[in-house]
Design a protein around this ligand. Structure first.
Ligand SMILES: [Zn+2]
Length: 174
């Protein structure tokens, strides 16, 4: 299925109306579609493109807008809502840890299209990684899940950019 800006439900706004909606954070009326991931904003939340409520929603006659969703915006701007730094992963536990992380990330995304792992990379020495998430609590919850599985790890959680709720979580294997 392809959708384009020229689709039949697209309605051009009047200039005055566009101006009223221009300030940041003001949701536009109707439906907004993210051109990157196809997530759909309606009823105050972003939903997966194939979300049941979207299929049920009657799009006929509604205005359709195109704008990046917050998670895609973060990916593009290289920002994040939560950072998890992991150090000292024993080689023997690395693949188990990565599997747990991938499963966690997949489940989180299935539940909420805005909950994503944006980037991850291996850092310098062996057994060190950073993971950047779209949501601050994802980093915290993942660290707790890893702690439960691997026992001998220390976790610290900080919010160093207050009032921004950006989390920075460190997890070190002992
Ligand atoms: Zn998106």
């Amino acid at each position: 299925m392809t959708r384009s800006r020229g689709e039949k439900f697209y309605v051009i706004h009047s200039k005055a109306e566009e101006r009223r909606n221009e300030f940041i954070g003001k949701p536009k009326p109707g439906i907004t579609i993210c051109p990157e991931c196809r997530a759909v904003f309606f009823e105050k939340h972003w939903h997966h493109a194939d979300a049941a409520p979207y299929r049920r929603a009657d799009t006929k006659g509604k205005e359709v807008h195109y704008a990046r969703c917050p998670a895609c915006k973060m990916a593009k701007d290289h920002t994040y809502g939560g950072l998890l730094k992991i150090t000292g992963v024993p080689a023997a536990q690395e693949s188990e840890m990565m599997n747990l992380i991938l499963n966690f990330v997949n489940r989180a995304y299935k539940r909420n299209c805005q909950h994503r792992l944006l980037r991850f990379r291996r850092v310098g020495r062996r057994g060190a990684y950073t993971f950047e998430f779209s949501d601050n609590q994802l980093a915290v919850r993942l660290a707790r899940a890893l702690q439960k599985r691997f026992k001998k790890v220390a976790v610290t959680v900080r919010y160093p950019h207050e009032p921004l709720k950006v989390s920075e979580v460190t997890l070190s294997f002992s």
